[in-house]
Design a protein around this ligand. Structure first.
Ligand code: SF4
Ligand code: SF4
Length: 94
């Protein structure tokens, strides 16, 4: 994963430094690279019984309470800790 991230950053840096690169080209490049390398957050299914086990396990506080708990995809780092902790098996990669 680190190799992919460093390739991504190098590609972005090259294009930012290129005087020929237009804003449109840069935007298109970033969109394409983001789609290719973006992480896939974990999600909580309807099998959640709101037991609260997962919320204390998340190291980045990405899980919120509710009738069915939810994960903020912008904060989830894909560590998988919550999925391992859920007694219902309600958490999986989205
Ligand atoms: S551990 Fe599982 S069942 Fe419990 S709140 Fe989290 S997702 Fe829901
Ligand atoms: S996978 Fe890790 S970072 Fe994402 S919600 Fe679960 S515990 Fe939090």
């Amino acid at each position: 994963m680190r190799l992919i991230e460093s390739e991504y950053l190098r590609a972005v840096e090259r294009h930012i430094r290129c005087p020929e690169t237009s804003d449109f080209t840069l935007t298109l490049l970033l969109k394409t690279l983001n789609q290719k390398f973006s992480t896939m957050a974990y999600v909580i299914s309807e099998d959640c019984v709101a037991c609260g086990t997962c919320i204390d396990e998340c190291p980045v506080g990405a899980i919120s309470e509710g009738d069915i708990y939810s994960i903020n995809p912008d904060e989830c780092t894909e560590c998988g800790t919550c999925a391992d902790a859920c007694p219902q098996g309600a958490i999986s990669l989205g």
